[in-house]
Write a protein that binds this ligand. Structure first.
Ligand SMILES: NC(=O)c1ccc[n+]([C@@H]2O[C@H](COP(=O)([O-])OP(=O)(O)OC[C@H]3O[C@@H](n4cnc5c(N)ncnc54)[C@H](OP(=O)(O)O)[C@@H]3O)[C@@H](O)[C@H]2O)c1
Length: 298
């Protein structure tokens, strides 16, 4: 059973692995099956769930909310994270995909999320992507209003560079608690561009998305050398699957990322939970790095 951990000095406490619901509509679950899926990851100690207003063409939050309505006891066992700030063409009024981070939109999106989930507070709200038209003062005003009303307990960002993060932080009277970033052996750029250094410096834990490359890690012929190395390390460590080795590789980063699981299969979620028992040596970590990138350290 996984135990919750503080992700920033003033909280919140999240499970060390997070369940991602981006693909919920692809899983074809009935509302009752969604309840059973949530209960399954709660039993493993995976209590934090990741959403966004746009997931499933703006349908995932409401589908999740349907399950919460069926089983109201679930809400207080969960920490609910959602995001706003992207406008997709799934809405007919959006002629083009764009970003929107003005105060009105952030307040409205948070209200919509609460309504879709049938809840009265969000545990964490993130700005989904950096917006070239983002006015930091406006985002800060929206965050402060949501904080003041108790509708959102904590705030963060996603896919922000360190300077974008620092800009927004400079306008806020409380700390942003995370930067949600793409982290995997097949996407290593944030390991060396300062993003994870900033998290370590501020003692906040990043959330890691697409840890398995969105599934490409298993089926892209380009990643066969990586799969071979992961299999070798799997045998050496006694891990039961390649994904356990991948999650262990991410968990070894000193900024202590929280991997977000993207699978809709209960057995794979259980498998992911076992990755906290897999410990890699430094040399195993660098072998995986090299196999993914195709070159050695200088
Ligand atoms: N902040 C952002 O910009 C951002 C962007 C993308 C995602 N996210 C968050 O991160 C979460 C995870 O992202 P993700 O879904 O891309 O994660 P992922 O774990 O990299 O990919 C999940 C995909 O991999 C497949 N998969 C898992 N294990 C497999 C295996 N052993 N063999 C073959 N296929 C396998 C899954 O299929 P099955 O379902 O069949 O197992 C699923 O389609 C999302 O739900 C979302 O919450 C955030």
């Amino acid at each position: 059973m996984l135990e919750p951990q503080a992700i920033a000095s003033q909280g919140p406490d999240f499970s060390p692995l997070i369940m991602g619901y981006w693909r919920l509509m692809e899983w074809g679950m009935s509302p009752q099956e969604r309840v059973a899926f949530i209960e399954h990851h709660l039993e493993l100690g995976i209590t934090t769930v990741d959403h966004a207003d746009i997931y499933g063409d703006y349908q995932c939050e409401a589908a999740f909310g349907e399950a919460l309505k069926l089983a109201p006891g679930l809400r207080d066992q969960l920490q609910i994270v959602t995001k706003c700030g992207i406008a997709t063409r799934a809405r007919p009024e959006h002629q083009i995909g764009h970003y929107i981070t003005d105060k009105r939109h952030i307040l409205q999106s948070a209200e919509n999320s609460l309504r879709h989930f049938h809840i009265d507070r969000l545990d964490l709200l993130l700005i989904h992507r950096p917006d070239p038209l983002m006015a930091a003062d406006e985002v800060a005003e929206a965050f402060m209003a949501l904080h003041h009303s108790g509708k959102v307990l904590h705030f963060g960002v996603s896919n922000f560079t360190p300077s974008q993060f620092s800009l927004l932080q400079s306008r806020l009277p409380f700390s942003l608690v995370t930067n949600q970033l793409e982290i995997s052996p097949v996407q290593q750029s944030v390991l060396l561009d300062g993003s994870l250094d900033q998290c370590q410096q501020l003692r906040i834990r990043p959330m890691a998305w697409s840890c398995l490359g969105g599934g490409r890690l298993f089926n892209d012929p380009h990643f066969q050398p990586l799969r071979n190395e992961l299999e070798a390390v799997r045998q050496e460590t006694g891990a039961t699957s390649l994904e356990q080795v991948v999650y262990a590789w991410i968990l070894m980063l000193p900024s202590r990322p929280l991997p977000i699981i993207g699978s809709g299969r209960a057995a794979r979620v259980s498998e992911a939970a076992g990755s906290l028992n897999v410990i890699l040596t430094r040399q195993q970590w660098f072998r995986i790095r090299k196999a993914a990138l195709g070159f050695d350290v200088p």
